[in-house]
Design a protein around this ligand. Structure first.
Ligand code: FES
Length: 174
């Protein structure tokens, strides 16, 4: 048994200092200490994707990452992706595609999609299937989820086009 140790971590843009057991998982920290309940406990083995969050912008399984291993890193959960008044395009696309059923896998699916589109803005269907192959949905909404990812890619492309055409963007290029 080890004594709790201070851990400095940035979660959803907020710097936090927490007293943590070195053995605690990132998922435990997020759910139990910070009361961020979007990442779910599914398998606890890194195999279902329900606990997926972003670590420095890349999808990661919070159940198998020691909290001590993310000291100084930026963690993003679904709570930090968008807000009720301004949804992230991936959140909007999942709503538009009606890609939720029981919802247990949904946070992980959305975070994995956000990670995919940040690095592969225009993925093929095969790339989408491969990226989400480790995120399990027991309700069987896979086709709607693929549709949601494709919708999200289009929404993000439209946003990039609009931003590039904005007066502020054109002024900065002049
Ligand atoms: Fe983390 Fe299943 S709960 S991958």
């Amino acid at each position: 048994m080890h004594a709790n140790q201070p851990l400095h971590i940035c979660v959803n843009g907020v710097q936090q200092t927490l007293a943590m057991s070195p053995e605690a998982s990132l998922l435990h920290l997020l759910r139990n200490d910070l009361l961020l309940n979007s990442p779910k406990y599914g398998c606890g083995l890194g195999e279902c994707g329900a606990c997926t969050v972003l670590v420095d912008g890349v999808a990661a399984r919070a159940c198998v990452i020691p909290a001590a291993g993310v000291a100084g890193r930026e963690i993003t959960t679904l709570e930090g992706l968008g807000s009720a008044g301004l949804l992230h395009p991936v959140q909007q696309a999942f709503i538009d595609a009606q890609a939720a059923q029981c919802g247990y896998c949904l946070s992980g699916m959305i975070m994995m999609t956000a990670s995919l589109l940040a690095h592969t803005p225009d993925p093929t269907e095969l790339q989408i299937r491969q990226a989400l192959s480790g995120n399990l949905c027991r309700c069987g909404t896979h086709l709607e989820i693929i549709d949601a990812v494709q919708r999200a890619a289009r929404l993000m492309a439209q946003a990039r086009t609009a931003a590039a055409a904005s007066p502020a963007s054109q002024a900065s290029q002049a």
